[in-house]
Design a protein around this ligand. Structure first.
Ligand code: GCV
Length: 649
């Protein structure tokens, strides 16, 4: 299946030199950095021959020198570029590759060789993608086609996976989990000899691009693969089985980074079935992978998914913190707890997860979701990077030298939004999420405006109209989506199961713990100290803000409080009027995006243009449905008319 090169489709520079010389030590000639430069130069300076070293260096030559400098850390690079000579130095081959990509990005954006200097090392040490791919090729919450890792139940290493590794390295991703955290069917066999060879090959490919390979193992593997009658993490036979299995797979798959585990969550097996704790389970695996430098990433997405909706005491938002806070300090040093960015589940608006900053003696990773499960499923444009940046910069108000999430976590993961569609992400514009995510983790200082502009120009060239339209769409899209979908942090008004489109009570009388408690008098969930107590999971200064109806920020009001429709927000509007206004405004923004896009006909390639037109048509249809169903729902419940007299169906 054909695929796009996305932002690595190197365009011709304004340069007519006939010679590009890449000078480096012989040992670097086989490196991915050298190869990438060769590929790029062949397209960017198509009239030139690309040479490794050369006796001749004249006005018609351009020289790029690659050097390893041991005083730089592994992923750190240093660039000194001029129109004729560029030196890229780094601490390792991976750092060199990052330097090469940074150099290529800079000259691609300038359209010619330019003078500049750059010195960077990544802001986040662990920069991961979590694929929810199944061995049979399906992708859980996948909106971009089938898996390109698993084809016909086999693990593939092919041109597409090479392109994938190049794309990921170009944005600085250094860890990839290839299979779903819900370990189903044949994926359970990933730990067995059956997959060892293909995992080895994929691991080698990834290693060349500085990416560690991770898998999600079946926690119950001692039962499902080995036939033991238990998977109890403290059982000697179980421990022995994991030790032997890890010795085998780590010796074969040299670039294996370790495991990502979803345990005791939504039906996945885990230690609790044996009366053991999450620390018992995670540490047992961590000890098995430790001799090989492996790590275990253990998810905190644990809650009761068989709740009674009438039970107002149980609050899903509290669950993750409640399950893990008591275990702080009990995890081995090669265990990382991975918590979602918010306490519930990747809604368009949630408060930041309360474990960040509270769990002071545990390695933490924050998990975002690029796959737009609740944010328009890659049919709606919803550029999530401003939200990710805001969350990373959020002050937890815990007593720490630097209380920002970005300083508390040891790394970041995101559920991938890729598949085997031509443009990788189903929607051409959704690739901006993937790009922005990696770039932001590598360089936290880059602004969203810069990222939007950079991505647009790398993808579509320098036409001002295109840049300005796409940039505007990206930058305003998240707010528009929030406006025409769920108001004031309430979340979850989507269709059950597929999570697409409006259904205000779709989850209301169900077991999943995701309620809005809307009735004729009021809406929202009381999570203050006198309600479920969730607000108390934050540091006192924040608990005070969230728990107090007069201080709680508008955008989170209904997440934390249950209020009458006539409650006045800080904005001065009543809740009901805010709901009506944002829904009309959000839809109008979506209409505006579609118009901007249609204005680009002939300025971007047909395939991309059509892809956008189809998606915007669906976004408009669905946004209208959201607007009308949500407005109508609250109009009927509250009986309060829109003060601007607009028609509410
Ligand atoms: C992989 C939500 C999604 C599930 C997902 C789960 C998780 O519940 O709907 O598809 O399962 O989150 O993050 O584990």
């Amino acid at each position: 299946m054909e695929f796009s090169k996305l932002w690595l489709d190197y365009r011709k520079l304004a340069d007519n030199r006939s010679r590009v010389i890449i000078s480096c030590d012989k040992t670097l000639k086989d490196s991915a950095a050298f190869e990438e430069l060769k590929i790029a130069m062949a397209s960017m300076v198509p009239d030139a021959i690309v040479l490794w070293k050369s006796e001749v260096f004249d006005d018609d030559s351009c020289l790029i020198v690659l050097t390893i400098r041991p005083e730089l850390s592994e992923e750190e690079y240093d660039i000194a570029a001029s129109a004729n000579i560029t030196e890229i130095c780094a601490g390792s081959e991976t750092g060199l590759l990052y330097g090469v990509f940074a150099f290529l990005r800079k000259i691609a954006l300038a359209g010619r060789f330019i003078s500049f200097t750059a010195h960077k090392k990544p802001s986040q040490p662990i920069r991961m993608l979590n694929h929810w791919d199944e061995a049979d090729g399906d992708i859980e919450r996948g909106y971009s086609g089938k898996s390109f890792f698993f084809v016909n139940e086999e693990l593939e290493v092919n041109e597409r996976t090479v392109m994938y590794a190049r794309l990921m390295a170009s944005i600085g991703i250094n860890g990839v989990v290839i299979n779903n955290v819900n370990v189903r069917r044949k994926a359970k066999l990933l730990l067995s000899i059956e997959f060892a060879e293909s995992l080895t090959n994929l691991g080698e490919l990834f290693a060349r691009y500085g990416i560690k390979l991770f898998i999600c193992p079946d926690f119950a593997a001692p039962k499902t693969i080995c036939g033991l009658d238990t998977a109890d993490p403290l059982d000697e036979n179980v421990i022995e089985w994991w030790n032997t299995t890890c010795a085998l797979i780590f010796s074969k798959i040299k670039n294996l980074g370790g495991f990502l585990v979803k345990a005791d969550s939504e039906g996945e097996p885990g230690p609790m079935a044996y009366g053991r704790t999450h620390a018992d389970g995670a540490n047992m695996l961590a000890r098995a992978v430790k001799p090989y430098g492996g790590i275990v990433i253990w998810r905190c997405f644990v809650y009761n998914c068989t709740q009674d909706w009438r039970d107002k005491k149980t609050d899903r938002a509290c669950a993750s913190y409640d399950n893990f806070i008591g275990l702080d300090g009990q995890f081995d040093d090669n265990v990382y707890l991975q918590a979602k960015n918010g306490p519930v589940d990747f809604q368009i608006r949630e408060p930041v997860h309360p474990l960040f900053g509270a769990m002071k003696n545990t390695n933490l990773i924050i998990e975002f979701q690029l796959a737009q499960e609740y944010t328009g499923q890659q049919k709606h444009v919803c550029w999530l990077i401003p939200m990710f940046k805001e969350i990373m910069e959020h002050h937890t108000r815990h007593d720490l030298p630097d209380d920002r999430v970005s300083r508390i976590v040891c790394g970041v993961a995101a559920v991938a939004n890729t598949g085997d569609s031509y443009c990788w992400t189903g929607s051409e514009l959704a690739a901006a999420n993937l790009y922005g995510y990696g770039r932001l983790l590598f360089d936290e200082d880059v602004s969203c405006t810069e990222l939007a502009e950079e991505w647009t120009r790398l993808m579509f060239g320098d036409d001002e109209k295109v840049t300005s339209a796409v940039k505007e769409i990206l930058l305003d899209s998240k707010q528009a989506y929030e406006d025409y979908t769920v108001p004031l942090g309430i979340g979850w008004m989507c269709h059950p199961n597929d999570h697409y489109g409006p259904s205000p009570w779709g989850y209301e009388f169900d077991r999943w713990g995701t309620y809005n408690r809307a009735d004729r008098d009021a809406v929202g969930v009381d999570r203050s100290a006198s309600g479920s107590g969730y607000s108390e999971q934050y540091a006192p200064a924040l608990a005070d803000v969230y728990g107090d109806i007069t201080k709680c920020p508008d955008e989170l009001l209904l997440f934390f409080h249950r209020v009458p429709y006539t409650h006045r927000l800080h904005s001065g509007k009543t809740v009901i009027q805010h709901i009506y206004d944002t829904h009309f405004e959000g839809y109008a923004k979506a209409e505006h995006f579609a118009e901007l896009w249609h204005g680009l006909e002939g300025k971007i390639d047909d395939r991309t243009f059509k892809n956008g037109c189809e998606r915007f048509a669906e976004q408009l249809r669905c946004a209208k449905e959201w607007r009308d169903i949500i407005n109508c729902f609250f109009h009927r419940l509250s009986g309060i008319d829109d003060e601007n007299g607009r028609e509410i169906y």
